[in-house]
Design a protein around this ligand. Structure first.
Ligand code: ADP
Ligand code: MG
Length: 231
């Protein structure tokens, strides 16, 4: 319990710092990205560094976003959004990394999907985190399957299945712990933040993994937030 308290205090302090600094970092970062992109368009074929620079800027941005989410009181604004669009956006962000690693992504959407009440920006952050994890689990390439469907009782389910190495038993309990990572340049923030965002949407995030076979992450979200406690 002592350890738990310490952890909470640590997170609160990190959260406060991150919220302050993150805000200051994001604006210069976005102008840096804009100018890099401009430069890339101006001099196509001259140098391969621009895509890498843009990708690294995006990486800083997503770390800052994850950090900003910790410990700070969250205001969620539910608005109708399309899951097709959220997934399409997510894939556009992760596409380069997937291609570089020889990872293909197949998306299976069951029928026309109804819009759902959500904070679109935050759900994008969740799916970017989950798809990045799936890609990173397959350094030698492989395929990712994303399935989206509507469940009975007005819920939507999104599942992301990879063919990576899976998660070792001794690590399962640590998943979602802040800063728990098995990657040499991981932050260990992605799952924690994703789980929190899904909870804030009155949804559930579940992970099922089999060593040597792959990992599946399932997110279930209510279509409507009208009757939920967050509204
Ligand atoms: P990070 O990606 O920065 O390590 P995350 O919170 O996203 O932080 O993930 C924490 C840890 O959970 C990862 O380091 C990895 O060990 C494990 N993990 C998450 N997703 C997967 C996956 N799809 N396949 C295998 N391991 C995973
Ligand atoms: Mg991650």
């Amino acid at each position: 319990i002592h350890e738990e308290l310490r952890q909470k205090e640590k997170l609160a302090i990190i959260g406060q710092m991150a919220a302050g600094i993150g805000h200051e970092i994001r604006n210069p970062l976005s102008s840096l990205r804009g100018f890099t992109q401009l430069q890339q368009e101006r001099y196509p074929n001259t140098n391969d560094f621009y895509p890498i620079m843009i990708q690294e800027i995006d990486r800083i941005n997503s770390i800052v976003n994850d950090l900003m989410y910790i410990g700070k009181p969250r205001v969620i604004k539910f608005e109708k959004a399309s899951m097709e669009e959220i997934i399409a956006y997510t894939l556009s962000i992760t596409q380069q990394q997937a291609e570089r690693q020889g990872v293909t992504v197949e998306t299976i959407m069951a029928g026309p999907l109804p819009p759902l009440d959500c904070d679109e920006k935050q759900l994008k952050q969740v799916f970017i985190n989950l798809i990045k994890n799936a890609i990173e689990a397959m350094p030698e390439g492989g395929s990712i399957e994303i399935r989206v469907k509507v469940l009975e009782k007005h819920k939507m389910s999104v599942s992301i299945q990879d063919e990576g190495g899976g998660i070792a038993d001794q690590n399962i309990l640590n998943l979602g712990e802040p800063f728990f990572t098995t990657k040499k340049d991981g932050t260990g923030l992605g799952l924690m933040v994703s789980n929190q965002i899904i909870k804030d949407h009155n949804g559930v995030l579940k992970i099922e993994s089999e060593i040597g076979k792959g990992t599946g992450v399932n997110v279930t979200l209510p279509l409507s937030q009208k009757n939920s406690r967050n509204n």
